[in-house]
Design a protein around this ligand. Structure first.
Ligand SMILES: [Zn+2]
Length: 422
């Protein structure tokens, strides 16, 4: 039986082309005041429009009353959500002014997460991931990309991907797995990173592809980690196995990462805080999403944010993601990323909404199935207990998500109501 959601003060549809929105397109939200959404039995949206119209067209439908503003479910297109313990000691060390190099030397940093994950079973990693995905849903996220990359050896990388596979059948959120074996050079290969890459290419990738454990392959392309030449080798091998490329690029130095991502037809180039003018030009004329992670730069403190305004003005399509990870961004809120998008990146409020819906979906190859409230799209919906859509990036530090549906199924509900607002 068709179900209709009735009573929203606004329905922010983001309806339009089912692809990355670029440049000026990012400011177009297509809002229906006092709108309603009809959901068919198959979990897809069958109509959206003014409430009277939808009610008339679906007179027999089961009605669910909602209060607030309905958005397309948020898509978090860049996370490292499978990890072991939080890195609380690193957090305090950083507050004391201790450098990343010293933190790493003291046993902290990414390698502490690697040692931790190597010790854990699939069951353990799955339970931790499940708990963390619940935080994401509670913040309105209905689809999340999750990377491996804390194993850095075949069995541990596979265990991370197996944990992602284990939660794939859960009601929410939908997970999209990415193999990131080339996240860092493991300590045992410090002297010979190419030898490690041989293992990534010859042993890990075939196993990941054969078992269908990942859809994307990502590489950390940065001076001191992997060069553009090394990154290309991994990503071309991944493509030959049917995995689509993504790239951690130009976070600390503009070293050709964005250009490589575009050349390989990557779904996204991520970070980009130090992207070069040439990289920006190439990216702005491509269908590769510029995935920006403002929470990371904020959390680490004192580092420049990515040039979002320049990217959008040049014609690029920007997505915002949490980069959820235990070291540089232990955060799960896309609405907060939208706040940072406005306050730190110079984005318009409307652009931040497109960046966490349509463009997030495009960055994970799902722009034709989700990211907008339109006929035929998955009924992934997030209700905020606010009256005006602009409140999403406006308030921060509070969570106004009151209901979440994934494929038309209610997946999260909080007691917050629009009446609780002052
Ligand atoms: Zn990352």
């Amino acid at each position: 039986m068709t179900k209709i959601l009735l009573g929203a003060s606004q329905v922010v549809t983001c309806a339009g082309p089912a692809r990355l929105r670029r440049g000026e397109e990012m400011a177009d939200l297509d809002i229906i005041p006092h709108g309603a959404v009809a959901i068919a039995d198959d979990g897809l949206i069958s109509a959206v429009g003014p409430a009277e119209q939808v009610q008339q067209d679906f007179a027999d439908a089961e009605v669910t009353e909602v209060r607030g503003v309905l958005f397309p479910g948020f898509v978090d297109c860049h996370t490292h959500a499978v990890f072991g313990a939080a890195r609380l000691a690193d957090h305090e060390r950083r507050a004391r002014g201790i450098s990343y190099m010293e933190i790493a030397a003291a046993g902290g940093g990414i390698l502490s997460s690697v040692n931790d994950v190597r010790e854990r079973s699939v069951e353990d990693l799955t339970a931790l991931l499940r708990k963390r995905l619940a935080w994401l849903v509670a913040n309105g996220t209905t689809t999340v990309e999750v990377k491996s990359g804390y194993g850095l050896e075949k069995t541990a990388e596979l265990r991370q991907l197996e944990a992602i596979e284990a939660v794939a059948g859960d009601p929410a959120p939908a997970v999209i797995p990415t193999f990131l074996g080339a996240h860092e050079v493991p300590p045992e290969y410090r002297a010979s990173p190419d030898e490690y890459l041989e293992i990534v290419i010859d042993e890990m990738l075939p196993a990941v592809a054969q078992r269908g454990l990942a859809r994307f392959c990502d590489v950390f392309c940065e001076p001191g980690v992997f060069t553009p030449t090394q990154s290309r080798r991994v990503l071309e091998a991944a493509q030959s196995h049917g995995l689509q490329p993504k790239l951690h690029a130009d976070e600390l130095e503009g070293s050709g990462g964005a250009e490589l991502a575009v050349e390989l037809g990557a779904a996204s180039a991520d970070h980009l805080a130090a992207i070069s003018d040439e990289g920006m030009n190439v990216l702005a004329h491509s269908e590769t999403a510029a995935v920006l992670l403002p929470g990371t730069m904020m959390y680490l403190g004192g580092r420049g944010q990515a040039p979002a305004r320049k990217l959008i003005d040049a014609g690029a399509g920007v997505a915002l993601a949490t980069d959820f990870n235990p070291g540089s961004s232990p955060g799960t809120s896309l609405p907060f990323m939208a706040t940072l998008g406005v306050s730190q990146l110079g984005m318009l409020p409307a652009e931040t909404i497109v960046a966490i819906t349509v463009n997030g979906a495009a960055a994970v190859g799902e722009a034709t199935t989700r990211g907008q409230i339109a006929d035929g799209f998955r009924a992934d919906l997030t209700l905020l207990a606010v009256e005006d859509w602009r409140e999403l990036p406006y308030w921060y530090g509070a969570n106004f998500v009151s209901e979440v549906w994934v494929g038309g199924v209610p997946c999260h509900s909080s007691r917050r109501s629009v009446d609780s607002l002052g």
